[in-house]
Design a protein around this ligand. Structure first.
Ligand code: SAM
Ligand code: SF4
Length: 336
């Protein structure tokens, strides 16, 4: 395994640097987005099955020593977990000037935006699939549109870099693509359209994807013929586009088509403490069990390094090699 001599970056078995961890702090959520979890019957983890904040802080410390430069807090809905701001404050100390990002549905976020600004949070990804209140209620099964929009405007007020993430689902919100894109005309935000993935938590068979990245782009091109692709950012999952006179930009994330695996620099730690070196791999090992059996930092580092050296080349290979059978888990456990 290659290790950078000047930084401590570790490269995986396909020569990709591992610099980004997505940490899911809870699987619980105050919405029930239908593409993420069933309306009823979700069996949420017991508190003792979750990593504690102290355990997560220890892991982030170790990962920083292994070259991680970017952490994203996700869930479930991260702001549902008690004392999140205290945890973020501790993380900021561990990370110093390294990047700290959060993905949130925005329902409980508004009252914390000032704190997030003070903590120097690098950016917020706000999940919002429609600007239509009724459709929002149908998609999320909760009537919380207004609170999400309040968060959106607070993020703008505090100048926190904001990306709005919309999952595009056939027959549910494809009519929202243009209205959502228009947000980036008026506001300096990135609006990103994400292909739907089969992590809906009910084990249902997944049909082939109609609204893939090509169809999303074609739809945008009809309305905005001058749309222009921007240069790809290193390790980005989104292909970004600019449109004349827009203050922000547009992104398309081919999450199901998996076009970006060749430069993937990310790992995930799920809410129950499972390391995933690919979104599709179903989990490599449960770090929490090792931590609780008393293993030291050096041993944990070696386990990470070993896992980084055995990554699947892409999401298709990872899916094929899954230990557990077909995809059945909810995205709320993995964190997106
Ligand atoms: N609750 C937070 C939120 O919604 O932003 C954070 C966790 S959520 C699991 C993270 C991201 O995963 C969200 O942007 C959500 O839209 C996306 N997501 C959830 N299920 C998905 C699916 N089946 N396909 C594509 N994206 C999905
Ligand atoms: Fe909750 Fe986010 Fe899943 Fe929606 S996508 S149910 S907000 S975890």
């Amino acid at each position: 395994m290659r290790k950078d001599q000047t930084s401590n970056t570790i490269y995986d078995n396909h020569g990709r640097p591992i610099t980004y961890v997505r940490l899911s702090v809870t699987d619980r959520c105050n919405l029930r987005c239908f593409y993420c979890m069933p309306e009823k019957g979700m069996k949420f983890l017991h508190k003792k099955e979750l990593l504690t904040y102290e355990e997560m802080e220890r892991l982030v410390n170790i990962l920083v020593q292994l070259g991680i430069t970017k952490v994203r807090i996700t869930g479930g809905e991260p702001f549902v977990r008690k004392d999140l701001i205290k945890f973020l404050t501790n993380l900021r100390k561990i990370l110093g000037t390294k990047e700290l990002h959060i993905t949130t549905n925005g329902v409980l976020t508004n009252s914390h935006v000032k704190n997030l600004h003070q903590l120097g949070v690098s950016s917020i990804n706000l999940s919002l699939d429609t600007l239509d209140r009724q459709r929002f209620k149908e998609l999320t099964r909760r009537d919380e549109f207004d609170r999400v929009m309040e968060t959106f405007y607070s993020l703008l007020e505090y100048n926190i870099p904001t990306k709005v993430n919309a999952v595009v689902i056939e027959g549910k919100n494809d009519q929202d693509i243009i209205p959502m894109a228009e947000l980036a005309r008026v506001h300096p935000v990135s609006v990103r359209f994400i292909e739907e993935m089969p992590f809906n938590g009910d084990g249902a068979k997944y049909q082939s994807l109609t609204w893939n990245h090509r169809k999303i782009l074609d739809t945008l091109k009809v309305r905005y013929p001058e749309i222009k692709k921007l240069t790809d950012k290193p390790n980005a999952t989104a292909t970004e586009y600019e449109i004349p006179d827009f203050r922000g930009n547009i992104g398309i994330i081919a999450a199901y088509s998996r076009t970006f695996c060749g430069t993937c620099n990310r790992i995930r730690i799920t809410s129950q403490g499972v390391l995933q070196t690919c979104l599709y791999d179903g989990g490599v090992f449960n770090i929490k069990n090792y931590i609780r059996s008393g293993v030291g930092d050096d041993e944990i580092k070696n386990m990470f390094k070993k896992a980084f050296g055995q990554r699947a080349k892409d999401g298709f290979e990872a899916e094929k090699k899954r230990q557990i059978s077909a995809i059945h888990e909810s995205m709320s456990v993995i964190g997106g």
